[in-house]
Design a protein around this ligand. Sequence first.
Ligand code: PL3
Ligand code: FE2
Ligand code: FE2
Length: 236
Amino acid sequence: MTVTTLVPLAFNSESYGDAYSRINGLVVVGEGLADRHFRRLAELIPGDREVLQRLGAMEGRHAVEFVGCGRNLGVRPDAALARRLLEPLQRQFTRADQAGDLVSCLVIQCLLIECIAVAAYRLYLPVADPYARAITDGVIRDEAEHLNYGENWLRARYPAVTPAVRACAEQALPAALQIVQALQDDLRTIGIDPAALVAEFVMEFQAALEAIGWSGEEARRLVTRLTARALAAGSA
Ligand code: PL3
Ligand code: FE2
Ligand code: FE2
């Protein structure tokens, strides 16, 4: 029998602050990275330049707001660790950009990174301290818009982009899940079940693939295979 006890989170405890410095660092650096990605996408898609610059600016505001969440708890974000954890996704984006592979750039930022963000913030919302909760609530709405931009762009080019979407997901989905795995103890400490986060992310990403034209069956098959592989590799 499993007994689940809900221990109230002590937001001002040393252990909470220690875990929060790494989670908050990841979120702040991740938002900054998303800002740069959208500004680059604005250069790559001149027809949508203003929209994409606006989305980038939103990410910049998210970064500032999440810095405030750390400051409110007296916590300094661990930016060095965050940069290390985000490096594989950042490298994949840069490589795709250099290769002129715009589809992969959009899949990495607008589908993968945004799906992780939406899933993470949604699970964080009910366990956040009151200050961070108000901020996270607003941010979740923005992230849905970012995800939507990528979905619309990719759906308009279905099915021509499908092989590139698939190839990109093969690389980028495991890289995204590795971040969750690396921080699983810290996630538990702040009240988020890492397995629930993976499940939420999988659901979001499948829904995104369906939104760009994939059948439910195709989306499920790809995501299940990639997730199983990433989780097996991570625990080995
Ligand atoms: C896109 O707008 C921003 C991307 C930021 C990356 C966030 C990744 C979060 C992964 C795990 C952290 C969950 C805890 C959330 C706490 C605020
Ligand atoms: Fe954001
Ligand atoms: Fe975003």
